[in-house]
Design a protein around this ligand. Structure first.
Ligand code: ACM
Ligand code: ZN
Length: 468
């Protein structure tokens, strides 16, 4: 088969045929598998197609930036004397590109082969990180050998996850595990009800039905169980990162009403129950540390709507944060800069790919009145939010989320992702000064067609077509 990176719709680059041949060899469909046998024919066909078009520096730039790794871009750009290209490399302000999509098999389970199918499409668009949201109120999806009661009917064995991780790694994609705490924990509380707060001891905890419960902050068993879990997850996932959630903790319904949490507040002299996040995450993050991993948390502020002034609680410096809540990204950006936390940009306005792409479009179920995020809106995403370069230097990349409440299977996941994930890929890889909506629209349809030919469910953005 022919390399998707080398298909002519990606590029009108007319260059040295040897260089193109080398690129095709390096970056075939899966980014790794050399296909020396088919190289001749593929390159010839590519060359013929290229001959029919005029190349511009911009075309070359897009080809190079979109489908190669930065070091290679620099190398080839230098070899071709394309100063403009060389200058454009390193588009992620932090220089450590973290271009990710997030799948949520906790809400609706996604079988191994479906995750692999999703990874195949990510690789085409140079995504290099897949975050798996593995635990939530609707399910615990990762086998933990020391605590086998955690999983239900649908879950990944450690062996299956190792298979996903390896499959992804072969396509230059790292898999980051997310275990969401202290909220979003009904699945673990259903298995171990004693991990909740005192006033919830007698409450039924039904996976997929009960919500808003949390792990107790003052319960040794919570910490010892998570120490075990984080240890197993750390040895299973080679990624340096572990994401521990930290979002949407309904503190007033849990820690505020718990006698154990109350006594902990008294002992520590806290005025607000949210301050219990300090000792809670201090313990949890120490488990991450003892396994030599770097923690990631969703950024929560002292208000869930603007205006907000500060973090929900003081995040330690070594925590990478993800900005996600609508309207609050400028504040997250400023606070993370001030406090020195690396930041991943997943602002709801642009990067929540589970939101509808047009009014009236999917999702048709579990849609709570989600805001609409059109393709054009996603394309307007500037990961640096227009702040001066020095104030965005701590941004390490972007993430598109596919929360699974309203995504029942992988076909719907790809439908929600594409084409907006094209726009997000470009946000992650290409400097804003090289963004061009007209050019994007031109490149859009051949790429959508290509995905459709491969059986990928996508949304056709008829609303932006030129119907004249
Ligand atoms: C989130 O969307 N709850 C991070
Ligand atoms: Zn408690």
């Amino acid at each position: 088969h022919r390399s998707s990176w080398c298909q002519p719709q990606y590029s009108a680059f007319v260059g040295n045929i040897d260089m193109i041949a080398e690129l095709c060899t390096l970056y075939d469909d899966y980014g790794l598998i050399a296909y020396a046998n088919t190289k001749g024919a593929a390159v010839q066909q590519l060359y013929n197609n290229l001959q029919e078009r005029k190349a511009t520096v911009e075309d070359a730039l897009r080809f190079l930036l979109g489908y190669l790794h930065d070091d290679d871009v620099k190398k080839y750009a230098a070899a071709f004397g394309l100063e403009e290209v060389a200058d454009a490399v390193g588009t992620n302000p932090g220089g450590n590109p973290h271009n990710s999509l997030m799948l949520d098999p906790a809400r609706h389970f996604l079988p191994v082969n479906d995750v692999k199918f999703f990874i195949d499409q990510m690789a085409r668009y140079k995504y290099n990180i897949l975050q798996l949201h593995l635990t939530d109120d609707q399910g615990w999806r990762v086998e933990i050998k020391k605590h086998p009661k955690l999983v239900g009917k649908d879950y990944y064995t450690q062996e299956q996850l190792a298979e996903i991780i390896q499959y992804a790694a072969q396509r230059n994609i790292e898999v980051i595990p997310e275990l969401d705490i202290p909220g979003h924990t009904v699945a673990i509380l259903a298995a171990y009800p004693e991990l909740g707060c005192t006033h919830t001891d007698t409450l039924p905890k039904i996976v997929g039905k009960t919500t808003d419960l949390m792990l107790c902050a003052n319960n040794e068993k919570v910490y010892s169980v998570y120490q075990d879990i984080i240890k197993e997850i750390s040895s299973l996932f080679p990624s340096d990162y572990i994401h521990l959630g930290g979002d949407e903790a309904v503190i007033e319904k849990n820690w505020t009403q718990c006698s154990r949490c109350e006594s902990m507040m008294k002992k520590l002299g806290y005025q607000k129950a949210s301050q219990l996040m300090i000792p809670f995450f201090s313990r949890m993050l120490s488990f991450v540390q003892e396994n030599n991993k770097t923690p990631i948390l969703w950024c929560e502020l002292d208000n869930i709507y603007p205006p907000a002034n500060d973090y929900l609680f003081p995040y330690p410096k070594n925590v990478t944060l993800v900005s996600w809540r609508g309207g609050l990204t400028p504040t997250c950006l400023e606070l993370t800069r001030k406090h020195g936390n690396p930041l991943i940009m997943a602002p709801g306005e642009y990067a929540y790919l589970d939101y509808p792409q047009l009014k009236g479009d999917f999702p048709e179920f579990n849609n709570w009145g989600m805001p609409v995020t059109t393709l054009e809106k996603s394309y307007q995403f500037d990961p640096g939010y227009g702040v001066p370069a020095e104030d965005q230097a701590h941004i390490i990349g972007v993430m598109g989320t596919l929360w699974g409440e309203a995504i029942r299977d992988i076909n719907r996941a790809t439908y929600m992702a594409y084409p907006r994930a094209f726009a997000l890929a470009e946000a992650g890889w290409t400097q804003m000064k090289f963004h061009n909506w007209e050019s994007f629209k031109q490149r859009l349809y051949p790429n959508l067609t290509n995905l459709m030919k491969k059986g990928v469910s996508v949304r056709v953005p008829f609303e932006i077509a030129d119907k004249k």
